[in-house]
Write a protein that binds this ligand. Structure first.
Ligand code: KIV
Length: 278
């Protein structure tokens, strides 16, 4: 694997060759370093920050300042992966000017290489404006958590004909506006397959089956670091919540019993210095 920075050209190449794109979330420096060193192609500083790290029950309270703060921490830890920064709720809807300024902050202040935003036709012109300023944009269709109150819950999108047709049209509209890839979240496997086969840009699936050009997961789900229940589509590769809880309890017990700290954790001083202090 080359150490060269992953760019939009890497995504275009992957679409041609069939090489699968790997993407994971990170919100801080140590995790970003570990994800990058594992050879993951793209790191998403998602607004899932709100649920995974900030203790909110949705992504809606996450602000631009929250995003920029965490994107800066992540980009300091990454050498190879493309860092994609999420535009949070309402940061690209109020006006074209505000949308461009906020997308610009993600690259200029945060140091990311691309932005991600949710939505279809209704955001196509905003995407076009960003791309024309040299800002690479990743789209996000299907279950779009910033519209959770409108959708009425976290459920699979595109199951009926009307929804599926709308999704296909939205995907074509944002592709035409210039996105370099599209996240498909909670979309039926056959529909994600059809989208992947018919679009010219890469699809990155989360709960969208194996036919997408790449996959993304929230790293906290993959590592078993969520306090609550992870979604069904998120495969758990470790159970760090249990492991961390075990370590914290062992620390508490050892401090209370006097087993920690041991002699190897302390520092001595010359006896003649000590004797002068008494
Ligand atoms: O915010 C996020 O982590 C995301 C992924 C779920 C794709 O948008």
């Amino acid at each position: 694997m080359s150490n060269q920075r992953v760019t939009t050209a890497y995504f275009r190449e992957a679409k041609k060759t069939g090489r699968k794109i790997t993407m994971l979330t990170a919100y801080d420096y140590p995790m970003a370093r570990m994800v990058d060193e594992a050879g993951i192609d793209a790191i998403l500083v998602g607004d899932s920050l709100g649920n995974a790290v900030l203790g909110y029950d949705s992504t809606i309270p996450v602000t631009m300042d929250d995003m920029v703060h965490h994107i800066k921490a992540v980009t300091r830890g990454v050498k190879r992966a493309m860092v994609v920064g999420d535009l949070p709720f309402l940061s690209y809807h109020i006006s074209r000017e505000e949308a461009l300024r906020n997308a610009g902050r993600i690259l200029q202040e945060g140091g990311a290489q691309a932005v991600k935003l949710e939505g279809g036709r209704e955001v196509a012109e905003t995407i076009r404006a960003m791309v024309s300023c040299g800002i690479p944009v990743m789209g996000h269709l299907g279950l779009t958590p910033q519209s959770i109150h409108q959708m009425g819950g976290y459920r699979v999108q595109g199951k009926d004909e009307a929804q599926a047709k709308k999704l296909l049209e939205d995907a074509r509209a944002i592709q035409e506006a210039g996105v370099f890839a599209i996240v498909l979240e909670c979309v039926p496997v056959p529909l994600a397959r059809l989208l992947t086969e018919t679009l010219e840009v890469c699809t990155i699936g989360i709960g969208a089956g194996p036919y997408c050009n790449g996959q993304v997961l929230v790293t906290h789900d993959l590592l078993g670091m969520f306090m609550g229940k992870s979604p069904r589509f998120a495969k758990r590769y470790a159970n760090l919540h249990e492991e961390i809880a075990r370590a914290l309890q062992a620390y508490r017990e050892e401090v209370q019993s006097g087993a920690f700290p041991g002699p190897e954790h302390g520092f001595d001083m010359p006896g003649e210095v000590l004797s002068k202090l008494y």
